[in-house]
Write a protein that binds this ligand. Structure first.
Ligand code: PLP
Length: 387
């Protein structure tokens, strides 16, 4: 047996493991300390009642012969795929066929698995900083990556690749910077992909956080996108499904990849749990929608609180308007891990160091609005005292 040597290209520590390790070490050394955890991007509010009700009902159905279900179609139940088309796309003037929608156990799996559709020698372009999964999946597949640096100079909107890119990962609203692309900016990417025969893997995990007008919610709002884009969505941050596990991926037939993805899923994925699919369906009922939106609204308010609080203390902040993340500069030329340690040691506030999201994240930290509201208020007070 020979192992996949490309795994040696991966960084040893997954970002959040290292963050947790440092927090836990501090807590062991200071057992009395109340650490405010404003770092990790996991939701904290409980699942809304209409979603819990739908799951209870689904569990009950599985316990009776007449309503029992076994395997679902690998692509997901038709009733869920239809609800996705009707609610997430048709309302925005986008027409999709049922067989272009693939229900999954979350965006994380699909973002990694999609990599299998492409030849190893395809060149990948990834904005830097970025959600680590795009880089890791590309490295595991042995691909060449061109990083597209994002900084305050380009308002964290990457330039088009100078070198031809075959696969482009884009994530908007962005994790970690919280920035978004306007329609015009996204059109430039779609045009590039059409001219260069590239494919865009568009991660829309934070779509529900879009607040401002003229920000596209789906890449398919852009002319020509169906030819060149795969869109990945998740119920994790939209409806609190990080433990339930459900998401979906749109693979338009015009990309030429729909039959390959279907084939891949039928071989390697036996479908999303019935209970999770019923839960996802419940997010589209009037009550489910209202309750999920209320949770998103709550996180958005927390984002605003963090953004305003840090801005008032003189920090340069990005994001937090159309996204649950606040991207904040480190003071006095501190590195992002130095500032992480400084905040942890001096005021017991935990954030995420920007450098963990790529080289261009150096000099920044990320705060997450999924954190407890009171902890965020307290964190701003503690950081103020440091000044
Ligand atoms: N994409 C981005 C940008 C994320 O931030 C996350 C999770 O934090 C995911 C995808 C994964 O989502 P899921 O829980 O659906 O796997």
């Amino acid at each position: 047996m020979r192992s996949n040597l490309f795994f040696q290209q991966l960084q040893n520590n997954y970002l959040f493991s290292e963050v947790n390790h440092r927090i836990e070490t501090y807590q062991i050394m200071h057992p009395q300390a109340h650490i405010l955890r404003l770092g990790v991007g996991d939701v904290t509010l409980p699942l809304p009642a209409p979603i819990i009700d739908a799951m209870h009902k689904a569990v009950e159905e599985l316990g009776h012969a007449e309503s029992f279900r076994g395997y679902s179609q690998e692509e997901g139940y038709i009733w869920l795929r239809q609800a996705i088309i009707d609610n997430d796309y048709r309302t925005r003037g986008i027409q999709l066929d049922l067989d272009e929608v693939f229900v999954s156990d979350g965006a994380g799996s699909d973002l990694g698995n999609l990599s299998e559709l492409f030849d190893q020698h395809n060149r990948v372009a990834i904005p830097d900083p970025s959600y680590p999964a795009y880089v890791d999946a590309s490295l595991m597949a042995g691909r060449d990556i061109t990083f597209l640096p994002c900084s305050s100079d380009n308002a964290f909107v990457p330039d088009l690749p100078a070198k031809q890119a075959d696969i482009i990962y884009l994530c908007y609203p962005n994790n970690p910077t919280g920035t978004v692309l306007t329609r015009e900016q996204l059109q430039r990417w779609v045009d590039y992909a059409r001219q260069n025969h590239s494919i865009i893997i568009y991660d829309g995990a934070y779509e529900a956080y879009i607040e401002e007008d003229d920000i596209p919610h789906s890449i398919y709002e852009i002319d020509g996108a169906k030819e060149v884009a795969i869109e990945v969505r998740s119920y994790s941050k939209t409806a609190g499904f990080t433990s339930v596990r459900c998401g979906y991926t749109i693979v338009p037939k015009q990309t030429g990849l729909q039959t390959m993805w279907l084939r891949r899923q039928c071989t390697k994925y036996n479908g999303t749990s019935y209970i999770a699919q019923r839960a996802a369906e419940a997010t589209y009922t009037p009550q489910g929608k209202k309750a999920a939106q209320a949770n998103v609204h709550y996180y958005k308010q927390t984002a605003q609180l963090l953004r305003n609080g840090l801005q008032a203390l003189g920090y340069q902040v990005y994001g937090g308007i159309n996204a649950p993340y606040i991207w904040c500069n480190t003071p006095q030329n501190m590195s992002s891990w130095e500032f992480f340690d400084y905040l942890l040691n001096q005021c017991q506030v935990a954030c995420t160091p920007g450098a963990g999201f790529g080289q261009s994240g150096e000099g920044f930290i990320r705060f997450s609005a999924f954190s407890n509201r009171k902890d965020c208020e307290e964190a701003i007070k503690r950081i103020k005292k440091l000044a």
